[in-house]
Structures are given as C-alpha cells and as structure tokens.
Design a protein around this ligand. Structure first.
Ligand code: ZN
Length: 246
C-alpha cells in the first residue's frame, strides 16, 4: 500500500496539479490530506473539487475552519484574515460544507500511522522546537504520526538515542526508512505555500509495509499561481512569498 500525503495546499491549484501529476507517475493507492486545503491561494473551489475527487482520508486545518465559517478569524494576522474572508465568499455552499465537516485530527489511517494538522494533542499547535516535537511524539497513539501546519518538511524521531531531527537538503527529497525501535513525527511540507526557502511544492509518500516515508519536491508554474492571486485582488504579498518559499 502506498499513501499519497498532501498537506497545506492552500488553494494553490497549479502546485496541486503538479504534485498530482508527479504522484501519478509513481503510483499510489490511497490519499491522505493533513488540512489547510484553502486560504491564501486563488482557487479554493477547484482545489476542493480536485481533493474531493481523490476520496481522501482528510482532516481539517485552521484555515479550513475559518474559511468555512466554523471559527472566527481572531487568531489570524491581517493578510490571513483578508484571504480567509475572500475565500469564505468565493466558496460554493457545497465546498464550504465539505470543509466545515472535515473531521478534527488526529485520525488513525492504519495500524501504524495517524495524521494531524498541528500536533496530536492540539490541532492548532505549531511544532517547531524540540519540546513541542517530543510532547507530540509522546502523545501520538501510533509509531508514525504525520503533521502539517508549519509548512516546513522535517522528520523528528524518538528512540533509544533520544530525540533526533533531520530535514531534506536542497535539491533532493528525503527517504526515511522507519526503524521499529523509533517513534516518528514527520511533516511532508506544504503543497501550496512552502516556507523552508525552497519554492517547489512539497509532498510525501508513506509505505507502511516496507516502513518507508519519502519526502518529495516538484517544480510547478509559480508565475501562474501568482497571477491568479493578483487577479483575484488578494494581498500581493501572498504572490511574492511563493517565489521565495517563505
Ligand atoms: Zn497551512
């Protein structure tokens, strides 16, 4: 079984299509989505419809909550709030309902891994440092937990050697061969708004039987995604940041 893992697509249709084309060339059996389908990007309806057609095991992200009206935008900065209001208006009632009804993570996928948006114990927590990573791994119910929200690809593991961290290097993806003595917390990175300084779309495959997670990067037409954002009169900073992956 090979799972295609998508996180933080953020209504970036160009990035999603490039990822899906790349993933189809490899092949996969099922799709999991770690939340934040929309918010920031200019194509929320098309992205939600693409995702729905994949029949994924999905959970909600903080932007899905705000953009579907489930939660107010209190916690959002000005740019995120403007984009969320724009998205709430742009979504069809059917797509808005799909987002509003996405389940809260964590969600168990099979007998070895689960998914969450921020952390297994708080869907809105940003896991950046060692303490948050350690608490998150300990609160996970499965040896492998996939998370999103930070938009930064990373692997944390906890085992006899203590807590370890690894991140993909420039240019290449990263293959993690899972060790049964370790517990893992892995972020595939963001499809639609990468923030690790690499502007390429990020995603992952999980193959539980062979104990492998593969983090991948894909070039996509960034200029087209930027043009769509500017055309929609969303804040220009949302277009600019795509070019630098920050
Ligand atoms: Zn996000």
């Amino acid at each position: 079984m090979r799972y295609l893992v998508l996180s933080d697509i953020h209504a970036n249709l160009q990035a999603l299509d490039a990822v899906l084309a790349d993933a189809r060339a490899v092949g996969y059996d099922r799709v999991v989505v770690l939340g934040d389908l929309v918010g920031y990007g200019a194509d929320p309806n098309a992205v939600v419809e693409r995702v729905r057609a994949l029949d994924p095991a999905a959970i909600r992200g903080n932007h899905d909550k705000v953009c579907s009206g489930v939660e107010p935008a209190h916690s959002f900065n000005m740019v995120a709030r403007i984009a969320a209001e724009w998205t709430l208006n742009a979504l069809t009632p059917d797509n808005r309902r799909y987002l509003a009804e996405l389940p809260v993570g964590p969600r168990q996928i099979d007998d070895r891994f689960e998914i969450c948006h921020g952390s297994p114990y708080d869907e809105d927590l940003y896991v950046f440092d060692e303490m948050e990573a350690q608490q998150s791994i300990r609160s996970a119910t499965q040896p492998l937990c996939l998370f999103g929200h930070t938009h930064v690809p990373v692997m944390w593991s906890l085992g006899p050697r203590g807590l370890e961290m690894a991140a993909p290097r420039d240019g290449d993806g990263m293959v993690v061969d899972l060790d049964d003595a370790q517990r893992y917390l892995i972020n595939p990175g963001s499809v639609g708004q990468p923030r690790d300084g690499d502007p390429r779309a990020a995603y992952a495959f999980v193959e539980p039987e062979v104990r492998r997670v593969s983090l991948r990067r894909v070039v996509y037409p960034i200029e087209a995604a930027q043009a769509a954002i500017l055309n929609a009169e969303l804040p220009a900073v949302l277009a600019r940041r795509l070019a630098v992956g920050r």
